[in-house]
Design a binder for this molecule. Structure first.
Ligand code: F0G
Length: 456
């Protein structure tokens, strides 16, 4: 069949407000041209993030009724712990309220001045938690990742050669951990191959380095391995994930992605001493070891979500529906990061709006136009997010000017996505009229969340 039908039907609906272009122009102006400052009722299709924005299944909702809200030793915790132990094979399992809480606990113990963390690419919160301890975070994504157009299937990989050089340069005793982010969110949601993970592991073993898996999209990564890497065609997605877990000494997870829940996180470990230190910090900051910031019903939903996410029909629909959007945009002539990753489509705004100089933020211009034309909310990943200033106050632009269209899980149907494609048709027609933006207010840190802009 040609149509990729959603492998679910809809039992409960959440109405979307239909607005006019005039209404959206005024709403965006009130939000100072920063879609983070819009109220969500004014957004028609929200592609800001895939984190915590998914829809839960009837099995998850019905499990929630059975949530045991006991402070200690809750039944719901035992259920979750069993599922996570079966999946990861790790003996020590800690619940947290979301991914960055697991990161803060682990990296504040491993980090500190003089330490280095090496990763294919650290996600922003990972880097922030590492740098907060005065340690350094080094990204070593493979060379293939710099070419947006090639078909190379595993652009999330670590550059093995540079990894070895970095160990020699810094000294293995100064490396706190090696973090493999699967899929590699900051480099376009691109997958990492098992071959690459195994090579990284081997080097970790040779140098006695801790191998940490940042695996919030591990099911999506397993899909790519089964379909693009030789030798895994006959394995189940869960078996592939388990091969990845077997390589890992520790696992941090934002369960808001492949946990299929709206809130939750995990930290799992093999080493007892390290687990004990983490448990102590967990109790101080998140909660007792059998709930770690989650309610019993949250843990029930997560226990079910971690099983549903590996189902064949779900994963096929998930990855193919993201690709459906990306492939259509590419065919229309919209420059996208290629191949399409698991959770999002990334548009190259510098190329699309090549008449807008980077100092006038072409990514922000596209984000604003997508909202005005179609009520879409997306996020700029370019010089608004990562730009810095030199001593004269001149912008040092980011490497790329991208706009991310992240797809919430099980939320939008094909007709919503066809609508997104039509909005891009309008963008192409009017592309020459697109204008840049200037920043009128910015806070000292993480400016993209709260900055104000005005159109030029
Ligand atoms: N690691 C990765 C790879 C992530 O993508 C995220 C979150 C985190 C860690 C932190 O998890 O939000 O639960 O504390 N990514 C979201 C995004 C926010 O939009 O890509 P968290």
């Amino acid at each position: 069949m040609k149509t990729l039908t959603e492998p679910f039907k809809i039992k409960m609906v959440e109405p979307l407000k239909v607005t006019t272009e005039e209404y959206r122009k005024s709403a965006l102006k009130k939000a100072n041209y920063n879609p983070f400052l819009l109220i969500s009722d004014d957004v028609f299709i929200d592609l800001l993030t895939d984190s915590g924005t998914g829809a839960m299944s009837e099995q998850q909702w019905s499990a929630m009724i059975q949530g045991d809200e006991s402070y200690a030793g809750a039944r719901s915790w035992l259920r979750l712990e069993k599922v996570v132990r079966d999946l990861t094979g790790m003996p020590f399992i800690l619940p947290t309220h979301q991914g960055r809480a697991a990161e803060r606990i682990l990296y504040s113990i491993l980090g500190g001045k003089g330490k280095t963390f090496i990763s294919n690419t650290h996600f922003d919160t990972t880097r922030a938690n590492i740098e907060f301890t005065s340690a350094e975070a080094v990204d070593l994504v493979c060379k293939e990742a710099t070419d947006n157009q090639s078909d190379y299937p595993f652009k999330g990989n670590m550059d093995i050669e540079r990894f070895q050089q970095e160990i020699s340069k810094r000294g293995k005793e100064n490396i706190a951990a090696v973090i493999m982010t699967v899929t590699n969110n900051s480099s376009g949601g691109q997958p990492v191959s098992l071959e690459n993970l195994k090579k990284v592991k081997q080097i970790c073993v040779e140098n006695n380095l801790l191998f940490v898996l940042d695996g919030c999209r591990i099911a999506e990564n397993s899909y790519f391995i089964r379909h693009k890497e030789k030798g895994y065609e006959d394995k189940s997605y869960k078996q592939i994930a388990q091969e990845i877990f077997a390589l890992s000494d520790a696992f941090v997870m934002s369960a808001k992605k492949d946990g299929l829940v709206n809130m939750g996180g995990l930290l799992t470990l093999r080493n007892e001493d390290l687990a004990l230190q983490c448990k102590n910090l967990l109790i101080i900051s998140e909660g007792f070891t059998t709930y770690g910031g989650l309610s019993g019903r949250d843990m029930e939903a997560l226990a079910v979500g971690l099983q549903e996410v590996f189902e064949d029909d779900y994963l096929h629909y998930r990855i193919r529906s993201t690709a459906y959007l990306g492939e259509h945009l590419k065919a229309m002539g919209i420059p996208v990061v290629w191949p399409i990753g698991g959770h999002a489509v990334y548009v190259d705004a510098k190329k699309l709006y090549d008449h807008i100089p980077v100092e006038q933020y072409p990514g922000q211009a596209l984000v604003c136009d997508l909202y005005i034309k179609g009520g879409l909310r997306t996020v700029e990943i370019g010089s608004v997010m990562f730009g810095k200033y030199d001593q004269e106050g001149k912008l040092i632009p980011a490497e790329k000017e991208l706009v991310r269209l992240a797809i919430p899980r099980r939320v939008y149907t094909q007709s919503h996505i066809d609508y997104v494609i039509e909005v891009f048709e309008d963008i192409l027609t009017d592309k020459k009229q697109a204008k840049g933006y200037k920043i009128t207010y910015e806070p000292p840190f993480l400016r993209h969340f709260t900055a104000h802009f005005s159109p030029l």
